[in-house]
Design a protein around this ligand. Structure first.
Ligand code: PAF
Length: 280
């Protein structure tokens, strides 16, 4: 596996691959890699000649400088895991390889999709994500890029950015990778105590019960009420549960309002913010 720290060197390799008509799969990450990331790598490997993973903790997507400082950095372990899983290339740039000095995130107009849920709780976050992913796509020039559906809103943002900037890359959403218990894998799970880890699968259990209620004919308001009640009896503090149109990410009142509907939850285990979602 080749590791690149500078875009110029990576670009030379990419030019060579493109000359040979090779397809390039790309998995952008912020490191602290786990099996969820490896599932993205595996889908990419199955669909492309070569796969590039980037590891970059992007400063412009953190609205809280303390979160940026505290973000887990496990480079050596990440590299070992990538070698073990057969990754071809890793791009691990420094901030100055991607940003000019004092450069800020670009300001995008995403309509409604960055105003709701994670967009309203983390102002500026999605501008930062779109800015760095656009920079990375321009360097890596991937045929396809892979993103986990745990951050479903992020996928919608990236799809819009790609449309607005007319980039020639296919965005491939990959299903949430869950532990056998049902818990969605996340770098933040490493911070859970063993009691919290034991309790955390309740989040997916509640979401699954919510979907079952829809099959029994219950509508949005009843299901939201059910989820709120279940969280009130759980060890987690619910920040929000929204049932939305997958396209606009706007809340719906009745299931017949949208063809594709998804429920999104954010809940705290102590000070650890956990997110999950499920298709209805
Ligand atoms: O999902 C992430 O890890 C990040 O938001 C991403 C897409 C790598 C951009 O920094």
């Amino acid at each position: 596996m080749d590791i690149f720290n500078e875009k110029e060197k990576l670009t030379q390799t990419i030019i060579e691959l493109k000359k040979q008509n090779k397809t390039i799969g790309f998995v952008p990450t912020m490191g602290a890699l786990h099996d969820g990331h490896m599932s993205l790598l595996n889908v990419s490997k199955a669909q492309n000649d070569y796969t590039i993973v980037s590891i970059f903790v992007n400063p412009t997507q953190f609205n809280n400088p303390d979160d940026l400082k505290k973000y887990p950095r496990t480079e050596e372990k990440d590299i070992e895991l990538l070698i073990k899983n057969g990754c071809d290339f890793v791009y691990m740039p420094s901030v100055s390889d991607l940003y000019e000095e004092n450069e800020k995130a670009k300001h995008y107009d995403f309509g409604t999709i960055d105003k709701v849920m994670e967009g309203s709780s983390r102002p500026g976050h999605f501008d930062g994500v779109a800015t760095v992913v656009s920079k990375l796509f321009n360097i890596v020039q991937p045929t396809k890029a892979y993103f986990g559906e745990k951050d479903f809103q992020q996928i919608r943002i990236i799809q819009e950015m790609v449309k607005q900037e007319k980039l020639d890359v296919e965005i491939v959403p990959v299903s949430i990778y869950r532990a056998v218990s049902g818990l969605a894998l996340s770098s933040r799970n490493a911070r859970l105590s063993s009691k919290q880890l034991n309790d955390a699968p309740q989040i997916y259990e509640i979401l699954s019960k919510a979907v079952a209620l829809k099959s029994e004919g219950k509508d949005v308001a009843e299901i939201k009420h059910f989820v709120e009640k279940e969280f009130a009896q759980s060890p987690f503090e619910l920040e929000y549960f929204e049932i939305t149109n997958e396209e606009t990410l706007l809340s719906i009142e009745h299931f017949e309002e949208a063809k594709n509907v998804r429920g999104f939850v954010v809940a705290y285990a102590g000070d650890i913010r956990l997110i999950d979602n499920i298709k209805f």
